[in-house]
Design a binder for this molecule. Structure first.
Ligand code: C2E
Ligand code: SIN
Ligand code: SIN
Ligand code: FE
Ligand code: FE
Length: 343
Protein backbone atom coordinates (compact mmCIF):
# COMPACT_ATOMS: atom_id res chain seq x y z
CA UNK A 1 0.00 0.00 0.00
CA UNK A 2 2.86 2.41 0.68
CA UNK A 3 4.04 1.69 -2.85
CA UNK A 4 0.61 2.53 -4.21
CA UNK A 5 0.40 5.91 -2.47
CA UNK A 6 3.90 6.81 -3.59
CA UNK A 7 2.96 5.93 -7.16
CA UNK A 8 -0.19 8.00 -6.91
CA UNK A 9 1.75 11.07 -5.76
CA UNK A 10 4.38 10.65 -8.48
CA UNK A 11 2.21 9.59 -11.41
CA UNK A 12 -0.79 11.80 -10.80
CA UNK A 13 1.41 14.72 -9.86
CA UNK A 14 -0.33 15.55 -6.59
CA UNK A 15 0.92 16.68 -3.18
CA UNK A 16 -0.32 13.84 -1.00
CA UNK A 17 -2.17 10.56 -1.06
CA UNK A 18 -3.53 8.18 1.55
CA UNK A 19 -5.34 4.85 1.74
CA UNK A 20 -8.05 4.18 4.29
CA UNK A 21 -9.19 0.57 4.79
CA UNK A 22 -12.73 -0.48 5.61
CA UNK A 23 -13.01 -2.95 8.48
CA UNK A 24 -15.70 -5.34 7.21
CA UNK A 25 -16.95 -6.10 10.74
CA UNK A 26 -17.15 -2.64 12.27
CA UNK A 27 -17.71 -0.88 8.93
CA UNK A 28 -15.23 1.79 9.97
CA UNK A 29 -12.60 3.32 7.70
CA UNK A 30 -9.18 3.65 9.27
CA UNK A 31 -5.80 4.87 8.11
CA UNK A 32 -3.50 2.35 6.39
CA UNK A 33 -0.82 4.24 4.47
CA UNK A 34 0.11 7.71 3.20
CA UNK A 35 2.65 9.75 1.31
CA UNK A 36 3.32 13.49 1.07
CA UNK A 37 1.74 14.71 4.33
CA UNK A 38 3.51 17.21 6.61
CA UNK A 39 1.40 16.50 9.65
CA UNK A 40 0.42 13.05 10.87
CA UNK A 41 -3.20 13.91 11.68
CA UNK A 42 -4.29 11.64 8.83
CA UNK A 43 -3.16 8.63 10.85
CA UNK A 44 -5.92 9.25 13.39
CA UNK A 45 -8.69 8.97 10.80
CA UNK A 46 -11.71 6.90 11.85
CA UNK A 47 -14.83 7.32 9.73
CA UNK A 48 -18.11 5.46 9.55
CA UNK A 49 -19.60 4.67 6.15
CA UNK A 50 -21.18 7.82 4.74
CA UNK A 51 -19.34 10.07 7.19
CA UNK A 52 -17.31 12.95 5.76
CA UNK A 53 -15.77 12.82 2.25
CA UNK A 54 -14.02 9.44 2.47
CA UNK A 55 -17.06 7.86 4.11
CA UNK A 56 -19.19 9.16 1.31
CA UNK A 57 -16.90 7.72 -1.39
CA UNK A 58 -17.07 4.30 0.33
CA UNK A 59 -20.82 4.49 0.86
CA UNK A 60 -21.82 5.73 -2.62
CA UNK A 61 -19.04 3.71 -4.33
CA UNK A 62 -18.34 6.77 -6.44
CA UNK A 63 -15.48 9.19 -6.83
CA UNK A 64 -15.93 12.16 -4.51
CA UNK A 65 -14.33 15.33 -5.95
CA UNK A 66 -14.05 18.48 -3.80
CA UNK A 67 -12.42 21.42 -5.61
CA UNK A 68 -12.10 23.49 -2.43
CA UNK A 69 -12.02 21.30 0.60
CA UNK A 70 -11.76 24.31 2.96
CA UNK A 71 -15.42 24.98 2.28
CA UNK A 72 -16.36 21.44 3.24
CA UNK A 73 -18.16 21.65 6.62
CA UNK A 74 -17.83 17.98 7.55
CA UNK A 75 -15.31 15.96 9.46
CA UNK A 76 -12.97 16.98 12.29
CA UNK A 77 -10.04 14.98 10.98
CA UNK A 78 -10.50 16.37 7.51
CA UNK A 79 -10.54 19.92 8.82
CA UNK A 80 -7.42 19.33 10.90
CA UNK A 81 -5.60 17.80 7.94
CA UNK A 82 -6.59 20.55 5.57
CA UNK A 83 -5.60 23.29 7.99
CA UNK A 84 -2.38 21.63 9.12
CA UNK A 85 -1.23 20.76 5.63
CA UNK A 86 -2.76 23.70 3.79
CA UNK A 87 -4.66 21.59 1.25
CA UNK A 88 -7.17 22.85 -1.28
CA UNK A 89 -8.35 20.04 -3.54
CA UNK A 90 -9.58 16.58 -2.44
CA UNK A 91 -10.41 13.39 -4.32
CA UNK A 92 -11.70 10.22 -2.73
CA UNK A 93 -11.89 7.09 -4.90
CA UNK A 94 -13.60 3.95 -3.54
CA UNK A 95 -11.49 0.78 -3.61
CA UNK A 96 -13.73 -2.00 -4.88
CA UNK A 97 -12.72 -5.63 -5.47
CA UNK A 98 -15.08 -8.49 -6.26
CA UNK A 99 -18.02 -6.21 -5.60
CA UNK A 100 -16.92 -5.26 -2.10
CA UNK A 101 -15.65 -1.92 -0.82
CA UNK A 102 -12.19 -2.45 0.65
CA UNK A 103 -11.38 1.18 1.43
CA UNK A 104 -10.78 4.60 -0.06
CA UNK A 105 -7.86 6.03 -1.99
CA UNK A 106 -7.51 9.72 -1.13
CA UNK A 107 -5.74 12.52 -2.93
CA UNK A 108 -4.88 15.92 -1.47
CA UNK A 109 -3.43 18.85 -3.38
CA UNK A 110 -2.36 22.30 -2.18
CA UNK A 111 -3.54 24.18 -5.23
CA UNK A 112 -6.45 23.80 -7.55
CA UNK A 113 -6.63 20.61 -9.59
CA UNK A 114 -8.03 20.65 -13.12
CA UNK A 115 -7.97 16.98 -14.00
CA UNK A 116 -8.50 15.82 -17.57
CA UNK A 117 -9.95 12.53 -18.79
CA UNK A 118 -6.58 10.81 -18.83
CA UNK A 119 -5.80 11.78 -15.22
CA UNK A 120 -9.18 10.50 -14.04
CA UNK A 121 -8.75 7.23 -15.94
CA UNK A 122 -5.35 6.78 -14.41
CA UNK A 123 -6.72 7.40 -10.93
CA UNK A 124 -9.36 4.78 -11.59
CA UNK A 125 -6.75 2.26 -12.77
CA UNK A 126 -4.57 2.82 -9.70
CA UNK A 127 -7.60 2.50 -7.42
CA UNK A 128 -8.59 -0.77 -9.06
CA UNK A 129 -5.10 -2.20 -8.68
CA UNK A 130 -4.91 -1.14 -5.05
CA UNK A 131 -8.27 -2.80 -4.39
CA UNK A 132 -7.10 -6.07 -5.91
CA UNK A 133 -3.88 -5.95 -3.90
CA UNK A 134 -5.84 -5.41 -0.67
CA UNK A 135 -8.21 -8.21 -1.56
CA UNK A 136 -5.36 -10.65 -2.26
CA UNK A 137 -3.63 -9.77 0.98
CA UNK A 138 -6.74 -10.40 3.05
CA UNK A 139 -7.47 -13.62 1.16
CA UNK A 140 -4.02 -14.74 2.22
CA UNK A 141 -4.65 -13.78 5.85
CA UNK A 142 -8.00 -15.59 5.84
CA UNK A 143 -6.28 -18.67 4.45
CA UNK A 144 -3.59 -18.61 7.12
CA UNK A 145 -6.27 -18.16 9.75
CA UNK A 146 -8.27 -21.16 8.55
CA UNK A 147 -5.06 -23.25 8.33
CA UNK A 148 -4.37 -22.43 11.96
CA UNK A 149 -7.93 -23.38 12.90
CA UNK A 150 -7.47 -26.68 11.10
CA UNK A 151 -4.20 -27.49 12.86
CA UNK A 152 -5.83 -26.75 16.20
CA UNK A 153 -8.77 -28.99 15.29
CA UNK A 154 -6.39 -31.80 14.25
CA UNK A 155 -4.46 -31.60 17.49
CA UNK A 156 -7.62 -31.50 19.62
CA UNK A 157 -8.77 -34.64 17.78
CA UNK A 158 -5.49 -36.44 18.42
CA UNK A 159 -5.54 -35.56 22.13
CA UNK A 160 -9.11 -36.91 22.25
CA UNK A 161 -8.08 -40.17 20.62
CA UNK A 162 -5.16 -40.57 22.99
CA UNK A 163 -7.46 -40.10 26.01
CA UNK A 164 -9.78 -42.75 24.57
CA UNK A 165 -6.81 -45.13 24.20
CA UNK A 166 -5.77 -44.54 27.81
CA UNK A 167 -9.29 -45.35 28.97
CA UNK A 168 -9.32 -48.65 27.10
CA UNK A 169 -5.85 -49.62 28.32
CA UNK A 170 -6.89 -48.66 31.91
CA UNK A 171 -3.99 -46.23 31.92
CA UNK A 172 -3.87 -43.70 34.73
CA UNK A 173 -5.03 -40.16 34.12
CA UNK A 174 -2.66 -38.21 31.92
CA UNK A 175 -0.28 -41.13 31.23
CA UNK A 176 -0.02 -40.49 27.51
CA UNK A 177 0.23 -36.72 27.98
CA UNK A 178 3.12 -37.26 30.41
CA UNK A 179 4.87 -39.59 28.01
CA UNK A 180 4.44 -37.10 25.16
CA UNK A 181 5.85 -34.24 27.27
CA UNK A 182 8.88 -36.25 28.31
CA UNK A 183 9.52 -37.44 24.75
CA UNK A 184 9.50 -33.88 23.47
CA UNK A 185 11.84 -32.85 26.28
CA UNK A 186 14.31 -35.63 25.43
CA UNK A 187 14.03 -34.92 21.70
CA UNK A 188 15.07 -31.29 22.30
CA UNK A 189 17.94 -32.50 24.47
CA UNK A 190 19.03 -34.88 21.66
CA UNK A 191 19.13 -31.93 19.25
CA UNK A 192 16.14 -32.83 17.10
CA UNK A 193 14.82 -29.98 15.01
CA UNK A 194 12.05 -27.64 16.07
CA UNK A 195 10.10 -28.66 12.98
CA UNK A 196 10.17 -32.36 13.90
CA UNK A 197 8.74 -31.77 17.40
CA UNK A 198 5.12 -31.43 16.31
CA UNK A 199 5.30 -34.84 14.61
CA UNK A 200 7.11 -36.38 17.57
CA UNK A 201 4.40 -35.14 19.92
CA UNK A 202 1.62 -36.52 17.71
CA UNK A 203 3.47 -39.82 17.35
CA UNK A 204 3.92 -40.11 21.12
CA UNK A 205 0.23 -39.38 21.77
CA UNK A 206 -0.74 -42.08 19.30
CA UNK A 207 2.06 -44.57 20.04
CA UNK A 208 -0.24 -47.44 21.07
CA UNK A 209 -3.14 -46.64 18.74
CA UNK A 210 -2.52 -50.09 17.21
CA UNK A 211 -3.77 -51.62 20.48
CA UNK A 212 -7.25 -50.72 19.25
CA UNK A 213 -6.95 -53.88 17.19
CA UNK A 214 -5.96 -56.06 20.17
CA UNK A 215 -8.91 -57.86 21.83
CA UNK A 216 -9.75 -57.08 25.47
CA UNK A 217 -9.08 -60.66 26.55
CA UNK A 218 -5.43 -60.15 25.60
CA UNK A 219 -4.96 -56.46 26.37
CA UNK A 220 -6.56 -56.71 29.79
CA UNK A 221 -5.36 -60.22 30.68
CA UNK A 222 -4.32 -60.27 34.36
CA UNK A 223 -1.45 -62.75 33.79
CA UNK A 224 1.43 -63.22 31.38
CA UNK A 225 0.60 -63.79 27.70
CA UNK A 226 0.81 -67.14 25.96
CA UNK A 227 2.93 -67.41 22.83
CA UNK A 228 -0.17 -67.13 20.58
CA UNK A 229 -1.34 -64.07 22.50
CA UNK A 230 2.09 -62.50 22.09
CA UNK A 231 1.90 -62.99 18.34
CA UNK A 232 -1.28 -60.91 18.33
CA UNK A 233 0.03 -58.31 20.79
CA UNK A 234 3.18 -57.79 18.70
CA UNK A 235 1.00 -56.79 15.78
CA UNK A 236 0.11 -53.45 17.35
CA UNK A 237 2.93 -51.44 15.66
CA UNK A 238 1.95 -52.75 12.22
CA UNK A 239 -1.73 -52.05 12.94
CA UNK A 240 -0.75 -48.47 13.86
CA UNK A 241 1.16 -48.15 10.61
CA UNK A 242 -1.83 -49.35 8.59
CA UNK A 243 -4.14 -46.94 10.40
CA UNK A 244 -1.97 -43.84 10.20
CA UNK A 245 -0.26 -44.21 6.85
CA UNK A 246 -3.29 -43.17 4.75
CA UNK A 247 -3.62 -39.94 6.80
CA UNK A 248 -1.26 -37.48 5.11
CA UNK A 249 -0.69 -35.15 8.04
CA UNK A 250 0.07 -38.06 10.37
CA UNK A 251 2.50 -39.84 8.06
CA UNK A 252 5.48 -37.82 9.37
CA UNK A 253 4.45 -38.91 12.88
CA UNK A 254 4.50 -42.61 12.11
CA UNK A 255 8.04 -43.48 13.33
CA UNK A 256 7.02 -43.71 16.98
CA UNK A 257 3.83 -45.82 16.60
CA UNK A 258 5.57 -48.10 14.10
CA UNK A 259 9.05 -48.46 15.64
CA UNK A 260 8.63 -47.99 19.41
CA UNK A 261 9.21 -51.68 20.17
CA UNK A 262 12.38 -52.02 18.13
CA UNK A 263 15.47 -52.54 20.30
CA UNK A 264 18.99 -51.15 19.88
CA UNK A 265 20.48 -54.69 19.71
CA UNK A 266 18.09 -55.79 16.96
CA UNK A 267 15.90 -58.07 19.11
CA UNK A 268 12.76 -55.92 18.95
CA UNK A 269 9.67 -56.03 16.74
CA UNK A 270 8.14 -55.77 14.14
CA UNK A 271 11.24 -55.46 11.89
CA UNK A 272 14.24 -56.34 14.11
CA UNK A 273 15.78 -52.97 13.24
CA UNK A 274 19.16 -52.36 14.84
CA UNK A 275 21.01 -49.26 16.13
CA UNK A 276 20.65 -46.12 14.09
CA UNK A 277 18.42 -47.89 11.56
CA UNK A 278 15.73 -47.27 14.17
CA UNK A 279 14.43 -43.71 13.67
CA UNK A 280 15.76 -41.44 16.41
CA UNK A 281 12.26 -40.40 17.47
CA UNK A 282 11.39 -44.05 18.13
CA UNK A 283 14.66 -44.70 20.02
CA UNK A 284 13.85 -41.79 22.29
CA UNK A 285 10.27 -42.81 22.75
CA UNK A 286 11.09 -46.45 23.55
CA UNK A 287 12.95 -45.40 26.69
CA UNK A 288 10.22 -43.02 27.82
CA UNK A 289 7.54 -45.67 27.23
CA UNK A 290 9.30 -48.30 29.30
CA UNK A 291 10.18 -45.83 32.06
CA UNK A 292 6.49 -44.93 32.31
CA UNK A 293 5.14 -48.48 31.81
CA UNK A 294 7.32 -49.99 34.54
CA UNK A 295 6.17 -47.43 37.09
CA UNK A 296 2.50 -47.95 36.18
CA UNK A 297 0.05 -50.45 37.58
CA UNK A 298 -0.64 -53.14 34.94
CA UNK A 299 -3.32 -55.87 35.02
CA UNK A 300 -0.46 -58.38 35.00
CA UNK A 301 1.87 -56.78 37.63
CA UNK A 302 2.31 -54.15 40.37
CA UNK A 303 4.11 -50.86 39.61
CA UNK A 304 7.88 -50.67 40.04
CA UNK A 305 9.58 -47.98 42.13
CA UNK A 306 11.55 -45.19 40.41
CA UNK A 307 14.79 -46.78 41.63
CA UNK A 308 13.91 -50.20 40.19
CA UNK A 309 12.88 -48.64 36.87
CA UNK A 310 16.02 -46.49 36.66
CA UNK A 311 18.25 -49.48 37.40
CA UNK A 312 16.49 -51.47 34.67
CA UNK A 313 17.01 -48.66 32.14
CA UNK A 314 20.73 -48.41 32.95
CA UNK A 315 21.04 -52.14 32.62
CA UNK A 316 19.42 -52.03 29.18
CA UNK A 317 21.71 -49.31 27.71
CA UNK A 318 23.18 -50.80 24.54
CA UNK A 319 20.69 -53.70 24.67
CA UNK A 320 17.13 -52.38 24.55
CA UNK A 321 18.09 -48.69 24.42
CA UNK A 322 20.39 -46.36 22.48
CA UNK A 323 23.20 -45.51 24.97
CA UNK A 324 23.11 -41.85 23.85
CA UNK A 325 19.42 -41.65 24.72
CA UNK A 326 20.07 -43.18 28.14
CA UNK A 327 22.77 -40.56 28.67
CA UNK A 328 20.44 -37.69 27.75
CA UNK A 329 17.76 -39.21 29.99
CA UNK A 330 20.21 -39.29 32.92
CA UNK A 331 21.11 -35.66 32.36
CA UNK A 332 17.46 -34.66 32.47
CA UNK A 333 16.85 -36.72 35.62
CA UNK A 334 19.89 -35.20 37.32
CA UNK A 335 18.72 -31.73 36.38
CA UNK A 336 15.23 -32.39 37.75
CA UNK A 337 16.57 -33.82 41.00
CA UNK A 338 18.72 -30.74 41.48
CA UNK A 339 15.67 -28.55 40.83
CA UNK A 340 13.65 -30.52 43.38
CA UNK A 341 16.36 -30.11 46.03
CA UNK A 342 16.49 -26.36 45.43
CA UNK A 343 12.73 -26.17 46.07
P1 C2E B 1 3.00 -51.58 28.00
O1 C2E B 1 2.43 -52.17 29.25
O2 C2E B 1 2.67 -50.13 27.71
O3 C2E B 1 4.55 -51.76 28.05
C1 C2E B 1 5.41 -51.11 27.17
C2 C2E B 1 6.81 -51.71 27.26
O4 C2E B 1 7.34 -51.48 28.57
C3 C2E B 1 6.86 -53.21 27.06
O5 C2E B 1 6.87 -53.58 25.71
C4 C2E B 1 8.18 -53.54 27.76
O6 C2E B 1 9.28 -53.20 26.92
C5 C2E B 1 8.18 -52.59 28.94
N1 C2E B 1 7.58 -53.28 30.09
C6 C2E B 1 6.35 -53.12 30.57
N2 C2E B 1 6.15 -53.92 31.65
C7 C2E B 1 7.29 -54.60 31.84
C8 C2E B 1 7.74 -55.56 32.80
O7 C2E B 1 6.99 -55.96 33.71
N3 C2E B 1 9.01 -56.02 32.71
C9 C2E B 1 9.85 -55.58 31.73
N4 C2E B 1 11.10 -56.06 31.68
N5 C2E B 1 9.47 -54.68 30.77
C10 C2E B 1 8.21 -54.18 30.85
P2 C2E B 1 6.43 -55.07 25.33
O8 C2E B 1 7.05 -56.05 26.22
O9 C2E B 1 6.70 -55.21 23.86
O10 C2E B 1 4.88 -55.09 25.58
C11 C2E B 1 3.97 -54.41 24.77
C12 C2E B 1 2.62 -54.41 25.39
O11 C2E B 1 2.15 -55.76 25.55
C13 C2E B 1 2.56 -53.82 26.79
O12 C2E B 1 2.50 -52.42 26.74
C14 C2E B 1 1.29 -54.47 27.34
O13 C2E B 1 0.14 -53.83 26.89
C15 C2E B 1 1.34 -55.85 26.72
N6 C2E B 1 1.95 -56.84 27.65
C16 C2E B 1 3.26 -57.06 27.86
N7 C2E B 1 3.44 -58.05 28.76
C17 C2E B 1 2.20 -58.44 29.14
C18 C2E B 1 1.71 -59.44 30.07
O14 C2E B 1 2.48 -60.17 30.73
N8 C2E B 1 0.34 -59.58 30.19
C19 C2E B 1 -0.50 -58.78 29.51
N9 C2E B 1 -1.82 -58.94 29.72
N10 C2E B 1 -0.07 -57.85 28.64
C20 C2E B 1 1.24 -57.68 28.44
C1 SIN C 1 -9.18 11.75 6.21
O1 SIN C 1 -8.66 11.30 5.23
O2 SIN C 1 -8.65 11.59 7.31
C2 SIN C 1 -10.46 12.51 6.18
C3 SIN C 1 -11.14 12.38 4.90
C4 SIN C 1 -12.59 12.70 5.11
O3 SIN C 1 -12.95 13.16 6.21
O4 SIN C 1 -13.35 12.47 4.20
C1 SIN D 1 11.16 -37.80 13.02
O1 SIN D 1 11.22 -36.66 12.56
O2 SIN D 1 10.15 -38.19 13.63
C2 SIN D 1 12.29 -38.76 12.86
C3 SIN D 1 13.60 -38.13 12.55
C4 SIN D 1 14.74 -39.08 12.81
O3 SIN D 1 14.49 -40.18 13.30
O4 SIN D 1 15.89 -38.74 12.56
FE1 FE E 1 3.39 -50.33 22.38
FE1 FE F 1 2.38 -47.21 26.31
Amino acid sequence: LSLVVEQVVAQLNVDASAILLLNPHSQVLTYASSSGFRSNTIQRTRLRLGESCAGRAAYTRELVAIPDVRLEPEGQTLRAIVTGDDFKAYYGAPLIARGQVKGVLEIFHRTELAPDEEWLNFLETLARQAAIAIDNASLFEDLQRSNLDLVMAYDATIEGWSRALDLRDRETEGHTQRVADMTEHLAVRMGMSEASLVHIRRGALLHDIGKMGIPDRILLKPTTLTEEEWVIMRRHPQLAYDMLHPIAYLRPAIDIPFCHHEKWDGTGYPNHLRGEDIPLAARIFALVDVWDALRSDRPYRRPWTDEQALEYIHNQAGKHFDPMVVKAFDEIMLFEQRNLKQK
